[in-house]
Each structure stands twice: as C-alpha cells, then as structure tokens.
Design a protein around this ligand. Structure first.
Ligand code: PHB
Length: 395
C-alpha cells in the first residue's frame, strides 16, 4: 500500500468522523449492535434500586432475546454509587462519547437524573428514566422519557383516601430533597382541599437519617395519621421507629406513598408493617396474569428476591426501548427513537401504561393498598384504584 493511499484514506476517514461529530449523527450499520448504557447505584445506600433494575432489564432480555432484525442489543451496566451527581454525569458522557451508546437508561435518584440531562440534550441520545421520580425531570431535556412514576402522581390518591376515611389531622414526614418536597406539597394541597388539617411537616435529611426524633415528634403531635415519603431502601428504618415508639398502639395510622413499604424490604419488615395504607403504581401482589408471570420469573431468576416498583420501571424501560427499535426498523437514531417512544402504550406487570406524547412521562393506574399477611408474609394488597393518572405537577 503506498504512503499516498494511506494518507488519503486517513484524511477521508477524518473528514467522515468530523462530519458525523458535527451533525451529531451516530452511524448505525446493519451489523452494529445497539448499545444501551444503564447507569445505576449498584453500591452505596441505594444499591437495592440498582440491583432491582439491573435484574429486571436482564430478565427482559432473557425473555425477549438480545437481538432482533439482525441487530444485537448490548447492555453496558455502570455503577454511579447513587450519591454523587457529578459521577453520574461523567459516566453518561463516557458512555456516549467513548462507548457510543445510542440510549442512556437507569437513574436511581433525582439529583443523578438531573445531572445527566444535559448530556442527553447535547448528544441527542434518548435518556430513559426508570426510577427517579421528581415531577420536573422530563422538562430538563427533550430527550428524557420516564417509565417509572412521579411523586405528585402517586401522592394525590392517598391524600384523597385519607380525606374520605375519617382522617382529620396529619403529620407529614418526608426526605428533604426534591421528590420528598413534591410529595409533601402534593399531600398538603390535596388533603387540606378536602378539609383535612396538617399538624406538622417534618423533613428528614437524605444521608444517614436518624428517624427516631422525627417519629417521636410526630407521636407527640397526636395526629390521626402520619404521612410518609422516604426513598426506596429507607422504609425499614422508619417502620422500626414507628413500631418501637408505639405510634401504632397510640392509634396513629401510617399512610404514605408505596416507597415506605417497598417490596424489596417488605418481607423483612414482617408484621410491624401490617395495616399501613399507601397509594402507588406497583405492588408485587398486583393481581393480573402479566404480574404473576413477572413475579414468578423474577423471583426464579434472582434467588427468591421479590421485585419492587423500581424493577418494573426497568422492565418497562427495556420494553419501551425494544418496541421503539422495532418501530424504527432497528434505526437507533435518537430523534427517531424518541418519536417512536412518544404515545406508546402497553400492558405492564403493574397494569396499563402509556407514555404521554407531550410530556414524555408515564401515565398509569394508581392503586390504594393495605399491608396484610398473606400465607404468613406481608404484601401490599390493592383494594381500590384510580385509572389513567398523569403527573399533575406540583403547581
Ligand atoms: C428519587 O430520588 O427521585 C427517588 C428515589 C427513590 C424513590 C422515589 C424517588 O423511592
């Protein structure tokens, strides 16, 4: 090969690479795998979220294959430790620039999703938010689509339920960061609108929370009910204080969003969780053929681990990606994928689910559930529901 040819070829390649970089186009050739960068907290205090979502994504691929239309799907899983937004952002950048992923997914907590949003916008790579649940997240990039839920969406129904069920006074207790503030303001607005009274509003730090003093303060205020939002992973500590300090015996009803009775922890909480009433988009006890098949397969593949709400955010996120790729004929161009995702609807293990074509957020049924012992184990058993709930925002 002549020196001249090598130089010319190199220049052509450089020109192509430059043009591609300038136009933000990711070249997709038939034989190229589609790469999904899954960023999750796999270590640290929120590792259960990552473990649940990774297991669900792998289960989806196991059931639906890791290739279609001649194209392989590669899942690149990265641990962001759950507590450092700048780490999540750096990993997102590396996945896009170095590993050439065409889709970003995961995002265990709100600050992490917010940190990665500009990367999705700049690279025009769709970002499927499977867990983080603050209302505003999809407004932070036109490339964000959410398959999980929002706090205002799941908080409204329990506030309405409390108002209709002889609960007149409530203390709210939330984790002091964006999703907690969404839950608090939604609960206060909806509960007071139906004539209820908020006696006190308590906010607990996100890191290394000591719930004891807060639960004691709630007990001393003698409300009819204590409304709780804490992120997945924290429920056991709250429940222990609620039990140890005798709030149940004092006649205080615990209500909340379903995060506090997270299915990942519920079994280990045991009988102390019985009677807690929450509203949420997913219970592992949801009575449908789709969910029975999901729970059975998930537990079999994960040595008996019960799937939680974050897991269905992951499972449905993979479904959304697969179906969008089917619609584009395997073309992983970001804008085409995003168009294909908007308005998609399907039957999830949680019930009917769709992606609002305008807000790119999950629209779903929210169930009212009560923890009951079934065959010796605690489950959140659904007894009422509100269908087709969109994120109402916090306004
Ligand atoms: C969030 O940070 O957005 C988040 C995390 C865990 C939850 C709910 C919300 O259970």
């Amino acid at each position: 090969m002549s020196q001249q040819f090598v130089l010319t070829r190199r220049r052509v390649l450089q020109a192509v690479a430059g043009a591609l970089a300038a136009s933000h186009v990711h070249p997709v050739f038939a034989a190229d795998p589609v790469r999904i960068g899954l960023i999750l907290p796999l270590t640290g205090p929120f590792a259960s979220t990552g473990r649940q979502i990774e297991a669900a994504c792998r289960l989806y691929m196991q059931k639906n294959g890791d290739s279609f239309a001649g194209q392989k799907i590669d899942l690149l899983v990265r641990d962001d430790t759950g507590i450092a937004p700048e780490t999540t952002k750096r990993i997102a950048q590396e996945l896009v620039v170095r590993d050439k992923v065409q889709i970003l997914a995961g995002f265990g907590l709100t600050p992490l999703a917010l940190a990665a949003a500009p990367v999705a916008t700049e690279s025009k790579v769709p970002m499927v938010v499977m867990a983080a649940a603050t209302s505003i997240i999809p407004t932070k990039s036109p490339y964000i689509v959410r398959t999980g839920f929002t706090l205002p969406q799941v908080t409204g129904p329990i506030a309405d339920w409390a108002g209709k069920n002889r609960i007149k006074t409530v203390v709210t207790l939330v984790t002091d960061y964006a999703p907690g503030l969404d839950a608090e303001s939604t609960f206060v607005k909806r509960f007071t609108a139906s004539g209820g009274k908020i006696v006190d509003s308590l906010r607990v730090p996100l890191r290394n929370a000591d719930y004891g003093p807060f639960i004691q303060r709630a007990k001393d205020a003698k409300p009819d009910a204590l409304f709780v939002f804490v992120p997945s992973g924290e429920g056991s500590a709250v429940m222990k204080q609620f039990s140890d300090r005798g709030l149940k015996d004092a006649g205080i009803q615990m209500i909340g969003t379903g995060d506090v009775v997270d299915d990942d922890l519920l079994e280990s909480m045991g009988a102390i969780a019985v009677g807690v009433v929450t509203s949420f988009h997913y219970s592992a006890a949801h009575d449908s053929p789709e969910n029975k098949a999901y729970v059975d397969a998930f537990m079999k593949a994960n040595t008996g681990m019960r799937p939680n709400f974050h897991s269905v955010g992951g499972y449905d996120g993979m479904h959304l990606i697969y179906e969008a790729l089917k619609k584009t004929g395997g073309d992983a161009n970001g804008d085409k994928l995003l168009e294909a995702m908007k308005g998609m609807r399907w039957m999830s293990p949680r019930g009917p689910l769709s992606i609002d074509p305008v807000t790119r957020d999950a629209v779903q049924t929210v169930y009212i559930r009560k923890v009951e012992m079934v065959n010796g184990k605690p489950w959140s058993v659904e007894f009422d529901k509100v269908e087709n709930i969109k994120d109402p925002g916090v306004g």
